[in-house]
Write a protein that binds this ligand. Structure first.
Ligand code: FMN
Length: 357
């Protein structure tokens, strides 16, 4: 049993947001013991013009302000996504705003983009030492009336310091944000993001991805796939948290307000991913996130169409040793099926997943 599992009865006595702040503090102080995964050439990835030591990343929202990027990369992640940050710092919604659904291996959050602002993140990223790929996930301030301007402002500040940018238009906790997933809004936001990035970075800017909600309609998914296929954005991240509440939920807090993440999100996130893979004919880099809780889930998501995967909620329940378990287990599963590189496994099962309603 891992040290983290042993400590869990103590961890769960803290309110979830306090426990999270303590975890980040312990990471920064290098108090989190975790054996790194073994480096393995089968896991090396070249995608989005970047090289990843392995395809397993930390999802956005865990280290919004980039306070522990080096320590998180040190756990063995192939990439770490910071953010969501907004141009100006903001407090987010009132606490409590993060709820554990322990019986379901899930969380519900309504954080509302609490963050220290893009400039503070940039200052921290300028000091980072680790070589892992680092992304910044960007959003708009709650009270902003110029969404595209906000994404552009974040891109301008962060582009020189990151390997990729993510346009987040899929959080359920900023009123009106998810309406920005339509074609016209994505076009305007992507253009502003690229323009902001080019203003401060000579090479044309980092790749720009779009993070989508699992609750999109088929028409929305068609529009998003078209944006990626025509190069408006360079890749897609599927998915953010869901506003749906699957019937399988057992925990007493199942009806809390906010976005649901973790194990119950996995079936829906997988179907959205496979649908986007089919719609883009496998030509667009896709990052899978949503309920990935071990090597089997990570491998299944790659087979469903993901070039890269990310985790968040499972880390809260399983602890930092999960990174090594997923990375090593993924290499074992690829080899067992005769694959010599991740790219050959991407999408082999995409046809077998039913499209979401
Ligand atoms: C507490 C919490 C905060 C989050 N904050 C963000 C965020 O700021 N930006 C974002 O794009 N996604 C955010 N997410 C969503 C995750 O990045 C991820 O898409 C989602 O949780 C599904 O993955 P999981 O089931 O592995 O947690 C957050 C999730 C949680 C649980």
């Amino acid at each position: 049993m891992s040290l983290y599992r042993l400590a869990w009865p103590l961890v769960r006595r803290f309110d979830p947001e306090t426990a999270h702040a303590l975890a980040l503090w312990a990471l920064r102080r290098r108090l989190v013991p975790a054996r790194r995964p073994r480096p393995d050439p089968v896991l090396r990835r070249h995608v989005l013009g970047l090289t990843f030591a392995n395809p397993v990343g930390l999802a956005a929202g865990f280290d919004k302000d980039g306070t522990a990027v080096d320590a998180l990369a040190g756990l063995g992640f192939g990439f770490v996504e910071t953010g969501t940050v907004t141009p100006r710092p903001q407090a987010g919604n009132a606490r409590p705003r993060l709820v554990r659904l322990e019986a379901d291996g899930a969380l519900i959050n309504r954080m509302g983009f609490n963050n220290a602002g893009a400039t503070a993140l940039a200052a921290r990223l300028a000091r980072r030492r680790h070589r892992a790929v680092v992304g910044a996930n960007i959003g708009k301030n709650r009270d902003s009336t110029d969404a595209a301007g906000d994404y552009g402002a974040c891109a301008r500040v962060l582009a020189p310091l990151v390997d990729y940018l993510v346009i987040n238009v899929s959080s359920p906790n900023t009123p009106g944000l998810r309406a920005l997933q339509d074609r016209a809004a994505v076009d305007a936001i992507a253009a502003a993001t690229r323009e902001g990035a080019r203003a401060t970075r000579g090479d044309g800017g980092p790749p720009v991805l779009l993070k989508v909600a699992p609750d999109l309609t088929a028409d929305d998914r068609a529009a998003i796939a078209a944006c990626a296929a025509d190069g408006t954005v360079d890749g897609l991240i599927a998915t953010n948290t869901t506003i749906q509440r699957p019937d399988t939920l057992r925990a007493p807090d199942r009806d809390a307000a906010g976005g649901l993440s973790g194990r119950p999100l996995a079936p829906l996130a997988t179907r959205v991913l496979a649908d986007l893979y089919r719609r883009t004919g496998g030509t667009v880099p896709l990052v899978a996130v949503g309920g990935i809780d071990g090597p089997d889930a990570a491998y299944a998501r790659i087979r469903a169409g993901a070039g890269l995967v990310q985790l968040y909620t499972a880390l809260i329940y399983a602890g930092p040793g999960l990174v090594r378990e997923v990375v090593n287990g993924l290499a074992d599963r690829l080899r067992a099926d005769g694959f010599t590189r991740v790219a050959d496994a991407v999408g082999v099962d995409a046809a077998s997943h039913e499209a979401p309603a």
